[in-house]
Unconditional design. Sequence first.
Length: 457
Amino acid sequence: MTDLFVARLKSALGDNAVVDDADVLDAHRNDHATFCKAGVPRVLVRPSTTGEVSEVLKASAEYGVPVVTQGARTGLSGAANAIDGCLLLSTARMNRILEISAEDQVAVVQPGVVNAELSRAVLEQGLFYPPDPSSWEMSTLGGNIATNAGGLCCVKYGVTSDFVRGLEVVLASGEVVRTGRRSAKGVAGYDLTRLIVGSEGTLGVVTEATLTLRPAPEMALTAAATFLSIEDGIAAAAAVMASGLRPSLLEFLDGPTARAIQDYRDMGLPADVGSLLIAQSDRGPRAAEDVARIAAICTAHGAVEVAEASDAEESRMLLEARRLVNPALEPLGVTLIDDVSVPRSQLVPLLRGIAELGAKHDVLICCPGHVGDGNMHPTVVFDRDDPAAEARALEAFGAIMQLGLSLGGTITGEHGIGTLKARWLEDELGPVGLDLHRRIKQAFDPDGLLNPGKVLR
């Protein structure tokens, strides 16, 4: 039966688009998440058109084969991980920018387009696509849509869903539906576009997206401030946000993260650094004024040192510390990255609680994050060769999510649920909310073939 299934796929897509080589399949089993199981897939397909995706899903429905859609597999929640016997549907060949319209300020793209490639293409026309996840040089727009990805500039511009006007989606049946619209306004019917964005491949396969663009921002400048405590750094960030300024970036590193970066590369950070705040303004001629105001606010809230960039190169250097977080933590051990968001008023209790959880479970927890919108990334670091340390790390990971929920927050701000956080979803949604999610899933995918076991257990 399985051989007939593969033969049908090859007939529809051609031999080169259908792969069942064991080594290739093994290389495509998982995304970047740790502690997420990955099964053994039956076949990998690389369609190039919406029609081919439709044929794949029709065949999968007929043979009862589950489908896991993959982009660049840069996700951090296991949403793109294979399950045993599944079909992996790669969007890698659907990588064309179909249109960039300066008049309508939209781009029409296939899901395999890499985020940074679109950003550079629209910039040539004086336009800007704001969502910029840290993996933007690798991650695809389809993956960004699947997880409703965020990034460093969310504090001013928002997340992926804020820039998706419409989608073309292939349903589990193979039927094709268009959601949303190209126009800037439109409220007809339920907002299926927002429902698809962030659904992690469980409701359909996105084959085309119409994305909102903005005029390209002007020159950006950066300020960085060091504090002796977490509380001072958070207070400064809150004051910046309350000042009427709208920084295009507002990032936070706690003391353990800042010290790890300093150990990794000399950034001139003091040994007793308690926190580091990095802010940026992209308002061109007014950026210098904004940066000066941010620096003054930081000084007023106890900053022991403040650096203000005067040009793009100095701005790049000040941002270096934020971009070094992952390389700096890697030598310390295995990292388990959390992704909680809380109201900004609850950031100090969150960070204090995280420090207490680190002590309670005897693990190192470093906490960088997007402080401007309350989205923090507590990162549990431990020795994989120590089973007891691994167990303590997993306990701390779950406790951090419960802490975030108790403070009025969420278990994920931008990474998604996948398999990594599925068992905590009911804690956030409640039983009625979870049941409603399951009924929506049933309406879109009655046979449960689209990314089963992800998001909803």
